[in-house]
Structure formats: C-alpha cells, structure tokens
Design a protein around this ligand. Structure first.
Ligand code: FES
Length: 131
C-alpha cells in the first residue's frame, strides 16, 4: 500500500484517509454512555459516546485530541462498532482496529489502544448504568 510520510512516520493511504475525513467525529447529544481515556505516554485523549438500543450500538461518536493515528483509529473503531451488539463491540481489539486500517507503523501501534480502550470503557459504563 502506498505510504504518506507525515513527520517522520509513514502512514498508509487508508490511515491518512480516516485522519483527513474521520467518520463519526463530534458530539452525541443523547448518548446513553460515554468514556474518556488518555494515553499516558503522549498525553493524547479520546472520548467516545454511544447510543444503545436493544443491546445494539445504534449510534457512536468520538472526540479525539491526538495524533493522526489516534484520530484514524478512533474513526475506524467507531465504524467497526456501529450496528454491533455490545457483546460483539467489546471484543474489538486494538489489533482489529489497526488491521482494518491496513496496519499502523510500528511506532504508532500503541495509538490504537485509545480507541479500543475507550470503546470497552463506554460499554462498561453503559452496563453499570443499566444493570
Ligand atoms: Fe498519542 Fe498517538 S502519539 S495516541
């Protein structure tokens, strides 16, 4: 896959496309649950909001203050989680997100943790609220 060099990092075109045109970015006004996670190594932060109906994620949005990989993985994670059941969505791993983007540069693999962790945390918050 062709690469785009940004800073000193080679991103593939799929990562750059999700960075430039992120899906599901913004505020979800009527969210049923939300969670925010930070990456202690770089200080980047991601907030994820979910709307759930009959145990299915019917809407999802994110807000990420972070690097290109953090924004692209947030975009892809929300795409992967949308329309999934909570059980399916909580199984989405950082590797699933990275692979769906066509792999992140090794130095940026840790950036995919933000999205997967935030998604799992938001589901956990939802479960606690509705238990
Ligand atoms: Fe912080 Fe990518 S450098 S998440």
């Amino acid at each position: 896959m062709d690469a785009v060099v940004m800073g000193n990092v080679d991103y593939n075109k799929n990562v750059m496309e999700h960075f430039r045109n992120p899906r599901n970015m913004g505020e979800l006004e009527d969210a049923d649950a939300e969670a925010t996670v930070g990456n202690p190594s770089c200080g980047d932060v991601m907030k994820i909001m979910i709307k759930v109906k009959d145990d299915v994620i019917v809407d999802i949005k994110f807000q990420t203050m972070g690097c290109a990989a953090a924004i692209a993985t947030s975009s892809m994670a929300t795409e992967l989680a949308k329309s999934k059941t909570l059980e399916e969505a909580e199984k989405i791993s950082n590797k699933d997100v990275s692979l769906a983007l066509g792999e992140l540069p090794p130095i940026k693999e840790h950036c995919s943790n933000l999205a997967a962790d935030a998604l799992r945390k938001a589901i956990e918050v939802y479960r606690k609220k509705t238990a």
